[in-house]
Ligand binder design. Structure first.
Ligand code: ADE
Ligand code: ZN
Length: 366
């Protein structure tokens, strides 16, 4: 087990029962990498679920707009329920929250709110997951989901943000359902750049989805998959070797397998790490225990991302600030992580050159 992550020695301080904000607050003040510098860094966000950006206030506002009954009496009760034991306890709430999304305007408003917050955090490139099966299962048309999200992305692009969508298959459902989802989305092929695999990881290994990933690949789509979040290193191996993914989402448990670390380092496979998520879902005890620095030192192409920011205590800027502080990362390490994001992005080479130039300018400005 890696660095106090899952199975690490419990300090006996009761940290697992503390609110996550307390656990973050006790970290030492950052030495060589100040938060103003981090705030000014142009950032690439490669792992954010758009349904995970629904703030509790928005869930209630959309429920009222659409006449959807919620199982919580008010915002405060919902927010108080954000104490997760593991991935599944979070997913149960996350799917319940997403039930308020019905119209294209709902999807547009949700994505527009995320894109505005991301821009305020210095995000210059966002690759955004969406889970169509969560919506089509409730009778919402694929066209409604994609058209609403696309309207928000088009507006953000007009404002100078580079952004795209990645369609995720829910791994707790069957591969046949994933194939049907891909085919239902193909009439909107130009609206998304890739496919991913998310939801309940343990018991749903990547190789189960070999056929649908092969089909997506034949359509020229980029391939990513969640692996090594709660699941074992074997899931990372099969995401690479069976699904042929280009990036691993999370991947923190890869650190338990030296041969896998060597493989990921050799091939510079990007890992979209989500520090707040790992603490809130009890993958790691605290941010200070997070293996991100160890992974970086092992030569892994780690990036910093928010996953489900409305549920995990902060957007990508807060993930950067608190993680760099808790792990006492140097300015050079922060820059290396920012560069990893740029190299890992699914963009054309002209855009990548532009992103590199923006990062270089921010570094030069100090
Ligand atoms: N869907 C939304 N957030 C997720 C996560 N952290 N892991 C797997 N599936 C998810
Ligand atoms: Zn995720």
């Amino acid at each position: 087990m890696g660095q106090g992550c899952r199975g690490g020695v419990d300090s006996g301080t009761g940290a697992r029962d503390d609110p996550v904000s307390d656990r973050f607050a006790r970290r030492p003040v950052m030495s060589s990498c100040d938060s103003d510098f981090l705030d000014r860094l142009p950032k690439v966000e490669l792992h954010v679920h758009i349904e995970g950006t629904l703030e509790p206030e928005t869930i209630f506002a959309l429920a009222a707009r659409n006449g959807v009954a919620l199982p919580w009496p008010d915002v405060a009760t919902l927010r108080a329920a954000y104490e997760f034991r593991d991935l599944q306890s979070f997913l149960d709430l996350y799917y319940a929250g997403a039930s308020v999304l019905l119209t294209a305007d709902d999807f547009r408003d949700m994505a527009a709110a995320y894109l505005a917050r991301a821009a305020a955090d210095g995000v210059v490139r966002a690759e955004i997951f969406f889970d169509p099966q969560t919506h089509t299962a409730r009778g919402v048309a694929m066209a409604t989901v994609i058209e609403g999200l696309t309207r928000a992305l088009d507006a953000a692009r007009a404002g100078g943000m580079s952004c795209d969508l990645i369609l995720c298959f829910l791994r707790h459902l069957s591969e046949e359902e994933a194939i049907a989802t891909l085919r239902a989305a193909l009439p909107f092929r130009d609206a998304f750049i890739g496919v991913g695999l998310d939801s309940s990881e343990v018991g749903h290994p990547p190789e189960t989805f070999a056929r649908v990933f092969a089909e997506a690949r034949r359509h020229g789509l980029h391939l990513v998959a969640h692996a090594g979040e709660e699941g074992p290193p074997a899931y990372v191996w099969s995401a690479l070797d069976v699904l042929a993914v280009e990036r691993i989402d999370h991947g923190v448990r890869a650190i338990e397998d030296p041969a896998l670390v060597a493989r990921l380092a050799r091939d510079r496979v990007p890992l979209t790490v989500c520090p707040f998520s790992n603490v809130r879902l009890r993958v790691c005890d605290t941010l200070a225990d997070h293996p991100l620095k160890t992974m970086l030192e092992a030569g892994l192409a780690v990036t910093i991302n928010s996953d489900d920011p409305a549920y995990f205590g902060g957007y990508v800027g807060a993930n950067w600030r608190e993680t760099c502080r808790a792990l006492d990362l140097t300015r050079e390490e922060a820059i290396a992580i920012a560069r990893n994001g740029i190299e890992a992005a699914f963009v054309d080479e002209a855009t990548r050159a532009e992103l590199r130039a923006r990062l270089d300018a921010a570094i030069a400005a100090g």
